[in-house]
Ligand binder design. Structure first.
Ligand code: PLP
Length: 392
């Protein structure tokens, strides 16, 4: 098996699984219990929180565990709107956010808030001029993702911060860093962030665990009410096993960050160069040159991405046509590729390869060989079925 769908989810590392299982079978206490088992569990949560805080240059008291990136994103938008503490009726985001941001923005819109979705260029880069024009004294929240999940563009968050400070200093600033965490540098202080969302299962931790950074001094109402865990902000007994795994995944990722990113980038670039060499004009690279290390989005002319996906799967190669989440959406085709101005054919023929540290150049050689076979077979079949559509 060659797994190239790491932006959808990743394989849990053995060390991470071990920590998770230990917290289920040995240190299984409730962190709120006053006895020793409870204290052991509390210690695990505290250690993981500290590791995650350090990785983004936050204070541990600014990190809240959630169930996933989606919950972190929802918490920010819904809590800011519900708060009533912060002034403004305008939320600014981008056209290419994940549904975990776009959907709560629609919810806010239904409540009477104005939502401005800033467009992107052909490299999936936010239009900073349009952002500057949109920012004003009525802006409540700005939510711009750190890395786009479909093509890997890295958004210029420092510049976004500068514009917010210049035009709307009262506005709160959130980034969905689910695809950026442990693949780019994220420093909440340098970026002047009020909120940052991350998720465990994108970095070799189990599914069902995320975290939210909330800057000290920013007060929004809790999203979950109950026993008052997570400093009253997110009630519900802490998932100690998943938190233990998340902490371990971050510890491992931090330990070899530069070398790991370099390896992923080199492997991805090897695949990219191979695709360009093999397919020439029959492949269009949709990911920007300076994108995140792990993502390569390519459109194969005259092909349907979904068919290619299944043909590759037959050969033990796992890829995606866009984001796993957007494949559930009712709207046809990727809203990200559409916002970048791609044609319907290019959108239909798009495949996302997303790599992790486990991938190798040998695997990429195998992928290139198989890709050539399946693209040739598929485009020949499509030409037979729709002779008018393709030039000889
Ligand atoms: N935000 C981005 C950019 C993502 O890519 C994803 C998942 O693909 C999410 C949010 C949702 O994260 P989770 O699956 O942890 O809810």
């Amino acid at each position: 098996m060659i797994y190239l769908d790491n932006s959808s989810t990743t394989q849990v590392k053995a060390e991470v699984a071990e920590k998770t299982v230990n917290a289920m079978t040995k240190d299984f206490g409730n962190p709120s219990s006053l006895h020793r088992l409870g204290l052991n569990a509390e210690k695990i949560v505290k250690e993981s929180r500290a590791i995650i805080a350090k990785a983004v240059n936050a204070d541990p008291s600014e990190i809240y565990f959630t169930s996933c990136g989606t919950e972190s994103d929802n918490t920010v938008i819904k809590s800011v709107v519900e708060s009533g503490k912060y002034r403004g009726k305008k939320i600014i985001t981008t056209e290419v956010e994940h549904p975990a941001v776009l959907k709560p923005c629609e919810w806010a819109e239904a409540k009477g808030y104005t939502v401005i979705r800033i467009p992107v260029d052909k490299n999936c880069m936010i239009d900073l001029g349009a952002l500057e024009d949109a920012l004003d004294a009525d802006t409540l929240l700005v939510s711009v993702m750190a890395v786009n999940n479909e093509v890997g563009s890295v958004m210029p968050l420092e510049k976004v911060r500068e514009l917010i400070t210049k035009k709307a200093p009262q506005a709160l600033f959130h980034t969905d860093a689910v695809q950026a965490f442990e693949k780019t540098e994220l420093d909440v202080k340098k970026l002047g962030l009020d909120f940052l969302s991350i998720s465990g299962h994108k970095i070799h931790a189990p599914k069902g665990i995320g975290a939210l950074y909330v800057k000290k001094g920013v007060h929004v109402p809790p999203f979950m009410l109950g026993g008052g865990q997570e400093s009253q902000f997110r009630s519900g007994t802490e998932s100690v096993p998943l938190i233990a795994g998340f902490g371990e995944a971050v510890r491992l990722a931090e330990a070899d960050k530069a070398a790991r990113i370099k390896h992923i980038r080199e492997t991805r670039d090897y695949l990219k160069e191979g695709i360009i060499k093999t397919f020439g004009e029959r492949a269009q690279i949709n990911s920007p040159e300076d994108g995140v290390c792990s993502i390569l989005n390519v459109s194969f002319t005259g092909c349907r991405g979904e068919v290619l996906l299944h043909m590759l799967e037959e050969n033990g190669i796992y890829v995606s046509t866009g984001s796993a989440c957007s494949s559930n959406s009712k709207k046809k085709g990727s809203h990200v590729l559409r916002a970048m101005g791609l044609s319907d054919d290019a959108i239909e023929g798009a495949i996302r390869f997303s790599l992790s540290e486990f991938n190798t150049k040998d695997e990429m050689d195998q992928v290139l060989k198989t890709l050539k076979e399946v693209v040739d077979v598929h485009s020949a079949l499509l030409k037979l079925q729709h002779p008018g559509k393709f030039r000889a």
